[in-house]
Design a protein around this ligand. Structure first.
Ligand SMILES: *Cc1c(COP(=O)(O)O)cnc(C)c1O
Length: 419
């Protein structure tokens, strides 16, 4: 069981809404800091443990600043993400470029920033060298294919567009060595929103063995092994939080068993977790606009799928509560919807909830990663504001809501005033 507790009382929330109308995402700084500290503490045994926060999860410089001050770097996958990290003061090897199908300008910016470049394909070696030059530190993303077939936890890597095959990995490092690169890392990302602890051991074991083989065959001692993101969070209250300490203890055992005897005692362990860092500490707050009764009971919010795409896109569960009614019995069944002209624009389907009234505030949980950042403008919907609930209890606007002017800003070829 995981506890789903919003950090503000209903009356405190109303005060915030007086100043910042709904919908908005609000992030809990204190909880994010504590969580970041917990990850570093769990891996304190690992030499030079690193976390590159996956910027795509919540690309807000204020959040990155907080994570940076807790020791995180940035995992970037686009030019704007690289610039965003740099503007936050995350530079050099605190940045890892892990994109795929990567354009030249991303490679150029990464080289300019002194970032670690993680290549997604063997053919990118020549492309990188021709378009941007070679970096000091290079890593390659491993796709194990069906090597670990039958492991239903990891899924089907051979169906994924990412990474190099096993044979290509050996060839790629040999080429890079030949080209004079001296510093290397190893990367993979084969799990997503994973709650099973043993999935992380499986990944670590696979990567440690590969690092040992690369050392034996090519004489390369990996500086780091990046195990990717993919640490899950309990979206459903009945799910349990991932036990980071247990994951760490298992990885430590494997490190001692596989890495140390091979003389790889300096290789650093890295993650590029997004969801598990900020996910549970962001909330989408919306207001009930309408109640509609047809074949079902619908509660219509002032937020839509444009503010949180996961339920509509993946059928993902997001817990939600009605502010001030947390302790009322859930005796009604509702579909909670947005206003998009798409029937999948529902935050909840057949959800048991207390009786809802128009004007109620709905708090949707676990929107701190892959929430606001997946927003879009379909149907002329505007992206919401982002707020930070600071450690001292005050609230800071960290992204204003989009306006109609923003929506029109990129349009060309029409004359006249907008409004
Ligand atoms: C999306 C992504 C992550 C972060 O995934 P989470 O589920 O947020 O932990 C990390 N690395 C890469 C390469 C990704 O694409």
């Amino acid at each position: 069981m995981s506890k789903k507790i919003f950090p503000l009382q209903a009356d405190e929330l109303e005060k915030i809404i007086e100043k910042y109308p709904t919908p908005f995402h609000i992030y809990d700084e204190k909880a994010i800091r504590a969580n970041m500290k917990r990850l570093f503490k769990a891996f304190a045994w690992a030499p030079g443990f690193r976390e590159y926060y996956a910027v795509k999860a919540a690309p807000n410089p204020r959040l990155l600043q907080i994570l940076k001050s807790e020791g995180a770097g940035a995992d970037c996958s686009s030019l704007p993400e690289l610039i965003l990290a740099a503007k936050t003061g995350i530079t050099g090897e605190k940045i890892m470029l892990t994109s795929n199908d990567t354009p030249a300008d991303e490679f150029q910016k990464a080289i300019e920033l002194g970032a670690i470049i993680n290549l997604d394909d063997i053919s990118h070696i020549d492309y990188l060298e021709a378009n941007a030059g070679l970096p000091k530190v290079i890593s390659f993303r491993y796709n194990p294919g069906s090597v670990i077939e039958g492991n239903d936890i990891i899924g089907k890597p051979e169906e994924a567009k990412y990474g190099l095959t096993r044979e290509q990995m050996f060839a790629a490092y040999a080429i890079m060595k030949e080209k004079g690169i001296k510093r290397f890392g190893l990367h993979t990302m084969v799990i997503s929103n994973e709650l099973h602890e043993n999935a992380f051991s499986t990944t670590a074991e696979m990567m440690f063995k590969l690092a040992v083989e690369l050392k034996e065959k090519l004489g390369i001692a990996m500086e780091f092994i990046n195990l990717g993101g993919g640490i899950g969070i309990p979206y459903r209250p009945e799910e349990n939080e991932v036990n980071l300490e247990a994951i760490s203890a298992n990885i430590k055992k494997l490190y001692e068993k596989i890495m140390l005897p091979a003389g790889l005692n300096k290789t650093e362990i890295a993650f590029e977790s997004g969801r598990a860092i900020t996910g549970p500490y962001g909330y989408l707050v919306a207001t009930v606009l309408h109640e509609k009764k047809t074949y079902k009971d619908y509660i219509g919010l002032d937020a839509s799928m444009a503010n949180l795409m996961r339920p509509g896109m993946y059928g993902a569960y997001h817990h939600l509560v009605i502010a001030g009614k947390e302790n009322e019995p859930s005796t009604y069944t509702y579909d909670v919807t947005g206003s998009l002209c798409e029937n999948c624009d529902k935050f909840a389907v057949d959800r048991k909830l207390p009786k809802i009234a128009i004007g109620d505030r709905v708090i949707i949980f676990d929107t701190g990663a892959h929430g606001h950042s997946m927003g879009f403008n379909y149907n002329g919907k505007l992206r919401s504001a982002e707020l930070l609930l600071k450690e001292d209890g005050s609230v800071e606007l960290i992204r204003r809501a989009e306006t109609i002017d923003d929506y029109f800003a990129t349009l060309r070829g029409f004359k006249g005033s907008i409004i």
